[in-house]
Design a protein around this ligand. Sequence first.
Ligand SMILES: Nc1nc2c(ncn2[C@@H]2O[C@H](COP(=O)(O)OP(=O)(O)OP(=O)(O)O)[C@@H](O)[C@H]2O)c(=O)[nH]1
Ligand SMILES: [Mg+2]
Length: 245
Amino acid sequence: MIDTAGVRRRGKIDEKVEKFSVIKTLQAIEDSNVTVIVIDAHEGIVDQDLHMIGYALDAGRALVVAINKWDGLTPDQRDYIKLEMDRRFNFIPYVKVHLISALHGTGVGNLYPSILRAYKSSMFEVSTNRLTQILQDAVTANPPPTIAGRRIKLRYAHIGGHNPPVIVIHGNQTSALPKSYQRYLENQFRQVFKLEGTPLNVIFKQNDNPYANKSDTPTKAKTQQLRQRERNRAKKFTTKDKKSR
Ligand SMILES: Nc1nc2c(ncn2[C@@H]2O[C@H](COP(=O)(O)OP(=O)(O)OP(=O)(O)O)[C@@H](O)[C@H]2O)c(=O)[nH]1
Ligand SMILES: [Mg+2]
């Protein structure tokens, strides 16, 4: 378990230390199985928190959110935070949010089962047969559209990776599949496998695509590209601090 330094609000601490500690934090997220984002209820849910959540999800990490210092709030403040949660977390309905007090230990114990569920979700396994069956059920219940008179065909599905989980679907004309249909399938898989806390990548491969069998393992260049992206992100987190000073 890695306890990272907090990514501070604007201008609270020295900028060089800040940049270094942000890079360490982003690195820890990349290296983790499950990231627990701890938000200070006294500060509310701020953009910085959402950036962090976005970063973790983009990195493919499973998430649990803890809103800490719940003990010191008035009933009105609690209602306000709950409203903010509905509003600001509506893009991650599959992430569990806990209201906790680290000081008193309230709710802290409930984090562990959520972390475990997020971990299991991020590592979930299923046979190609069963996954294909679920794909076919989803397609029967709600068929994909036809494109120029030809129906998009989704033939079979298999697991393509873990942490984050990847589901690879093979078919015809898959590049013409509408985003809404992709989301429909993602939601079907989430429901059937009770995936909690983890992003899920559903990718499509066209049978007539000459690159269909290309390896999914990242190349060295790809890894370098990811590292650069990480440094740029770190910069983004810290340059923001300057502006608002
Ligand atoms: N009221 C209240 N105060 C808390 C709670 N949790 C932490 N604090 C206080 O918040 C302050 C910071 O606590 P830390 O545990 O150092 O916070 P941190 O997030 O680990 O901070 P860094 O690691 O420095 O980023 C301390 O004064 C704690 O007593 C809580 O649940 N309720
Ligand atoms: Mg700390």
